[in-house]
Design a protein around this ligand. Structure first.
Ligand code: GTP
Ligand code: MG
Length: 366
């Protein structure tokens, strides 16, 4: 039975909502496609899914340079969670191609027979939506998996500049994977990874230079915390303020903060993955106890409102100005000195806002 208060009007989408409620994976897969392709009514679908309940699944982000072993780690982690019978939703984000990274993950998972596991759902996607950045769509797909009821969510992004940093908008806990080769230690500082990492992994510990990299990262972390008397500011938040008054000593401040541990792994063999999961659990406990989880989630929600607005405005502008022809009259008026790009933009904005067809988000009452 469909919910009479639903904002979804499309019968196909109503069927998807029912299917998701009944735990049907095929409905989940289709709903994700609707959202990924930003098909008409996708916002209403998300709205309904999110208002009807979330599992509040823990979101673990894995990022790092190409080939660092992120997918290998993801499949090892998923396998362990499944041994504990927990459902796992996985999103693999590929910055360049919608296929290669995800296909690789798919292969790896298949090797481990994980893809056949009903408790695991894997989706790979491109990092850029048609109108958003890492996007909003990636985060929405995680939301859908959460609404479906997966208590564990994993998101893998290949760290290339911004996407690496954007993972903080998608995950509660961010794991940055580094490898001994290619001077990653130094690069990490440059790319701002120090700020976003909750946990560092030095993978490919079988390779030479692993111990040195661990030391490098540790000393960089120590330098940061030692110099400022604070734990690293994470996600724009000054952790020294978490749960403490101004008169606290530096030592006490550090006790309430989080110093990212550095864990060594060999993802290929699974060595160190148990230790990594212990660190993840500890971080989660820290998030809960300090109220940081709540703060991070609220910050993400705030970001989401901005993202959705941004995307919706772009969408409407595109619809309004689908071809250059739409602007010929305005161009003439600008030529004649009766208008400027600014006055034209202002009047288009007014039109977009007032159009009764497009003013509310489709299917959602104001
Ligand atoms: N020697 C060694 N190789 C590893 C280890 N972990 C992963 N690899 C190998 O590194 C290669 C890349 O592994 P992936 O797990 O696909 O790495 P990734 O970071 O997901 O790669 P992209 O998604 O393409 O960026 C594969 O050939 C793995 O078998 C490790 O601990 N030691
Ligand atoms: Mg991968």
């Amino acid at each position: 039975m469909s919910d009479p208060s639903s904002s979804v009007t499309d019968p196909a989408h109503l069927a998807l909502l029912d299917g998701i409620r009944e735990g049907k994976r095929v409905a989940l897969a289709r709903a994700i496609s609707v959202i990924e392709n930003e098909r008409p009514g996708f916002q209403a679908l998300l709205h309904d899914l999110l208002t009807r309940g979330r599992s509040g699944g823990a979101r673990l982000g894995i990022t790092g340079p190409p080939g660092a072993g992120k997918s290998s780690l993801v499949s090892e982690i998923a396998r362990r969670w499944r041994e504990g019978e927990e459902g796992v939703g996985i999103v693999a984000v590929d910055p360049t191609s919608p296929y290669s990274g995800g296909a690789l993950l798919g292969d790896r998972i298949r090797m481990n027979d994980l893809a056949l596991d009903e408790g695991i759902f894997i989706r790979s996607m491109a990092s850029r939506g048609s109108l958003g950045g890492l996007a909003t769509t990636t985060k929405e797909v995680l939301d859908v998996m959460d609404a479906f009821g997966f208590p564990r969510l994993l998101v893998e992004t290949v760290g290339v500049g911004q996407t690496e940093l954007e993972i903080t908008g998608a995950a509660d806990t961010v794991v940055v994977v580094l490898v001994p080769e290619s001077g990653d230690g130094i690069q990490a500082m440059k790319a701002g990874l120090m700020e976003i990492a909750d946990i560092f992994v030095v993978n490919k510990s079988d390779r030479p230079g692993a111990d040195r990299l661990v030391k490098e990262v540790r000393s960089a972390l120590h330098y940061r915390t030692g110099r400022t008397g604070r734990t690293p500011a994470h996600h724009g938040v000054d952790h020294s303020r978490v749960g403490g008054g101004a008169e606290e000593t530096e030592e006490q401040e550090e006790d309430t903060g989080w110093v990212p541990p550095v864990v060594q792994t060999m993802a290929q063999t699974g060595d160190g993955v148990d230790e990594l999961l212990e660190a993840v659990a500890k971080h989660r406990q820290w998030l809960d106890e300090t109220g940081e989880l709540e703060r991070r989630r609220r910050r993400r929600t705030l970001e989401r409102i901005r993202d959705v607005l941004d995307r919706e405005l772009k969408r409407r502008v595109r619809r309004e100005l689908s071809t250059d022809d739409d602007l010929q009259d305005e161009l003439d008026r600008i030529d004649a000195g009766d208008a400027t790009a600014y006055s034209v933009a202002a009047s288009i904005l007014g039109r977009i806002a007032l159009d009764p067809e497009t003013a509310p988000l489709p299917g959602i009452d104001r």
